[in-house]
Design a protein around this ligand. Structure first.
Ligand SMILES: Cc1cc2nc3c(=O)[nH]c(=O)nc-3n(C[C@H](O)[C@H](O)[C@H](O)COP(=O)(O)OP(=O)(O)OC[C@H]3O[C@@H](n4cnc5c(N)ncnc54)[C@H](O)[C@@H]3O)c2cc1C
Length: 390
């Protein structure tokens, strides 16, 4: 047995012994997901146990160096661990924007002090991060952002507003884009800064949605002091850092079908309806499932290429576009098949799965906007993958 096979066998044994049975089922609801941070909440004892065991092993981030709280695994061991977790159906033990997006950027652009200060608590699930990029007039055109940061001694003083900040009311820290040079060309006057959400002058206002719930916030900065040492990648160098972070965001979103987000077994839900439907419906569903399978295999191929240190950064836009649009198409197909049973958000006479179809359909639409809209992904693909003139 070579070293990777030995590691694989040990990892499988460890997972079998340490991953509670209930943590080996697909994610169905938000309660199935544990978001790390100072206010971490568990909906079951098994969730807590799984979280703590994986944390102590450094396997929230198996590929990060042990000095920063990771598992210190090489690409081949990391791949073996992921394969074993997938084959046993183990859930992600922790969700955190920090780990998906900020962490890789800190590893690339951060100073040693910044890495030690932020990566270690992130890798232990102790700090929850939110993303402060979008502003009321800076969404797709992100470089138009206006939130200003002015140097004052050892600090920057931040004034302005962010919007659509997912889970901003639950986060401990924010990574944000701020304008540090109002006179430079718009991409060149931007810095990437980390802001402690408990700093005086930060106020967070949840945005109530039609569902009555709130996933997003507006975040206001009123002369908020953020130490200059919290700038990542250098003053006025934030655009390059942000572009890299968005690549990691697209990659994270494209992995949702790998069991990372609440989903439904489309075939199981469709089955009772299919019996009464004509063969054309079976064809449509089969085509959708084949597309999904093709996407899943392509996604794994890209993942392997990334582990082999190949540059797949531009391809992430294709994966993000296809994954999110496929999810919308899947739920719309289910709804057409189910008729009015697929349109309810609440009420009597529906199974839990039937009610979930409508909710997840609405969610799926939002994912075609978050992390850059589908139209923006098409622009990136045209420019960076196809090399078309702009
Ligand atoms: C679920 C969700 C979570 C989010 N979480 C966060 C978060 O945590 N932090 C954060 O900072 N932001 C977050 N956002 C905001 C998100 O990044 C923006 O909504 C997105 O970038 C689009 O910006 P916008 O809403 O201002 O739309 P606009 O940029 O105003 O776009 C409006 C429409 O015009 C189209 N359009 C714009 N420019 C072009 C172009 N050049 N070519 C073709 N079409 C174009 C768009 O595709 C869209 O259809 C989130 C959004 C969603 C839906």
């Amino acid at each position: 047995m070579n070293e990777v096979d030995t590691f694989r066998a040990e990892a499988r044994q460890w997972l079998e012994a340490n991953c509670p049975r209930s943590m080996r089922a697909p994610i169905r609801t938000d309660e199935d997901m544990v978001w790390g941070g100072s206010r971490v909440r568990f909906s079951s004892e098994d969730q807590r146990v799984w979280f703590e065991r994986m944390r102590d092993r450094g396997w929230f981030v198996p590929g990060w160096p042990t000095a920063y709280g990771g598992g210190g695994l090489g690409p081949r061991e990391q791949r073996a661990l992921e394969q074993e977790m997938r084959s046993l159906g183990c859930r992600q033990p922790q969700y955190n924007l920090g780990i998906w997006m900020l962490g890789p950027v800190l590893l690339e652009f951060g100073t040693e002090a910044q890495k030690l200060e932020h990566l270690v608590p992130m890798a232990r699930g102790e700090v929850r991060w939110c993303q402060g990029f979008s502003e009321p007039n800076a969404g797709s055109d992100l470089a138009s952002l206006k939130t200003a940061a002015v140097r004052d001694g050892e600090d920057f003083v931040v004034t302005g507003q962010k919007i659509w900040t997912s889970q901003g009311d639950k986060a401990d820290w924010m990574y944000a884009l701020v304008r540090t040079d109002p006179h430079a060309k718009k991409q060149q006057g931007i810095s990437f800064i980390l802001i402690d959400m408990t700093t005086p002058g930060v106020s967070v206002r949840p945005i109530e949605l039609i569902s009555g719930r709130s996933e997003f916030c507006q975040v206001f900065f009123d002369a908020v002091r953020a130490p200059a040492r919290q700038i990542i990648g250098g003053v006025n160098q934030g655009w390059g850092v942000a572009k890299r972070l968005l690549e990691h965001e697209r990659a994270a979103m494209a992995k949702f079908t790998e069991g990372g987000a609440p989903t439904l077994d489309a075939l199981a839900i469709a089955s009772p309806y299919l019996a009464a439907a004509g063969p054309a419906w079976r064809d449509r569903l089969a085509a959708a499932l084949m597309d999904q399978q093709a996407f899943s295999l392509t996604s794994r191929r890209l993942h392997e290429m990334a582990l082999a240190r190949e540059d797949v950064s531009a391809l992430g836009a294709i994966m993000k576009l296809v994954q999110t649009e496929q999810e919308v198409a899947k739920y719309e197909l289910l709804q057409q098949l189910m008729g009015q049973q697929g349109l309810a958000l609440e009420g009597e006479g529906f199974t839990a799965d039937e009610l979930a179809v409508c909710r997840l359909w609405l969610y799926s639409k939002s994912y075609t906007i978050a992390g850059g809209s589908s139209e923006v992904q098409l622009n990136i693909i045209a420019r960076r993958v196809l090399g078309l003139p702009t």
